[in-house]
Design a protein. Structure first.
Length: 285
């Protein structure tokens, strides 16, 4: 019987073999996302101390820096961290993961997980995030989710399932059985329960409960790119990185022919909805 934890670990590690490819083809995030984060913070991102957890190649890290934030990147993977250092040489970077952050208590105004929270153990990662946040600080978790309300996106998701089986999901589609199908939490995100159950570190203050329900945003956006670049984006996902090479290439070849029939000018409009979940550590602890 397959071991879900071992499979998740293998898929998470697979990005280190394709970090440059990931950095080149993965989508970034729309300005409206950062505007929602600023609204939750009650101030612009300029000057805000941010810990970007699971920073990967630095896609969100770079956007946060462009808005003037002081960003510390935390990334467990050697290949991904190397790519971040190459593209953002002036950004502080530490190796570590969300389950045991190598950061001081109350050292960040904002903790972010951009497309990375689903690789953590929430029962460990949530208390760690709140330990690192100052009172009044904000935890922001977000995901680019493919918008299946568009027919071609939904049809492609069906083809992925048909080709790869139950694990056949990529580019953020929510499909039961996928290793990260629970990536984007619903409004009933059990932050309070996770914090209440998790033990604190020796000598560390007890993590503060979250007083209010999480604020959730769904932000639609899109980007236009060539069919070949779209397929390169698909190929950067763990589904393809861990799959049999011939099986993966066969899908990409077939999909290229289908998409060129559907989009004869050779370009597609990738459609996304960003799922953003915002919670705040209470100011009084």
């Amino acid at each position: 019987m397959p071991d879900p934890l071992a499979d998740r670990t293998r898929r998470a590690a697979s990005f280190n073999t394709a970090s440059a490819h990931y950095a080149k083809y993965r989508p970034s995030y729309p300005p409206a996302l950062y505007e929602a984060v600023e609204e939750a913070l009650g101030r612009p991102l300029a000057g805000v101390r941010v810990a970007d957890i699971g920073a990967g190649t630095g896609i969100a890290t770079a956007q946060l820096r462009e808005r003037g934030a002081h960003v510390l990147a935390v990334e467990p993977g050697e290949g991904m961290a190397a790519e971040l250092r190459r593209t953002l040489p002036g950004t502080p970077l530490v190796r570590g993961d969300g389950n045991a952050l190598p950061l001081a208590d109350a050292s960040a105004d904002l903790v972010t997980f951009a497309q990375s929270f689903h690789w953590t153990d929430p029962g460990r990662a949530l208390p760690e995030a709140y330990r690192v946040l100052r009172p009044g600080g904000v935890l922001a978790r977000w995901w680019n989710i493919s918008d299946s309300s568009h027919t071609w996106v939904a049809d492609q998701a069906d083809r992925l399932l048909a080709h790869f089986g139950p694990e056949g999901a990529a580019h953020g589609a929510h499909i039961p059985g996928r290793a990260d199908a629970d990536a984007a939490p619903a409004v009933g995100d059990p932050v309070v329960g996770a914090l209440a159950k998790a033990p604190s570190r020796p000598g560390a203050p007890e993590p503060a409960p979250v007083a209010d329900a999480p604020l959730t945003h769904r932000i639609p956006w899109s980007r236009r790119l060539t069919v070949d670049d779209h397929l390169a984006n698909l190929a950067s996902h763990s589904l393809f990185l861990v799959a049999d090479a011939a099986l993966a290439q066969d899908f990409l070849d077939r999909e290229r022919a289908r998409l060129l029939q559907l989009f004869p000018d050779g370009h597609v409009e990738e459609r996304y909805v960003v799922d953003l979940v915002l919670t705040t550590r209470p100011a009084s602890v």
